[in-house]
Design a protein around this ligand. Sequence first.
Ligand code: SF4
Ligand code: SF4
Length: 164
Amino acid sequence: MDAIDIIRRRLKEDRVPDVPDEITEKKKRPREVAFMDVNLCFPCGKCPEFCPVQCIEHLAAGAVSGRGVQPVQDRFQECIGCYICVEVCALLTDYDAVRMYDVNLVEQVLGVTIDDRKPAEYVPAEPYEEYFSEGGGYRHMGNGSRIREKMNAEEWAVIKRAKG
Ligand code: SF4
Ligand code: SF4
């Protein structure tokens, strides 16, 4: 079992409603969606690799000033709320840069509708640092990893090896 399998299994045990084992597509409206704190994202490139709907991308050049390689952000209207990026960032990196936000709040703040399908057209990710970063105006759900305290020694050994 590798690190991502451990993360998936523990999230399912923790009753996260939608943690797919394979690459998939949004089929229902999530309760929460992820946002990366673009000021904390290094970016190591790990969470884009593991997002099951492949909705995390590097921001366009110049999106966050003063950054050479731009941080990542997700296209929140495609996000299925699986928490995988939260755990990958918290457990496999030193950055802990991802938090989840209530979809009703996100709709209100950004003036959008989040429904049960991804948008028909590609909508690029934006930084949203004024809303969804440390010191931003809105409250996130939880405080990073929800499985950290639940893992056993064997699982930790695998996670530490994967972190490198
Ligand atoms: S895992 Fe964290 S630091 Fe790495 S790219 Fe994703 S948000 Fe950025
Ligand atoms: S919670 Fe993170 S990993 Fe899961 S779909 Fe959303 S952006 Fe991708």
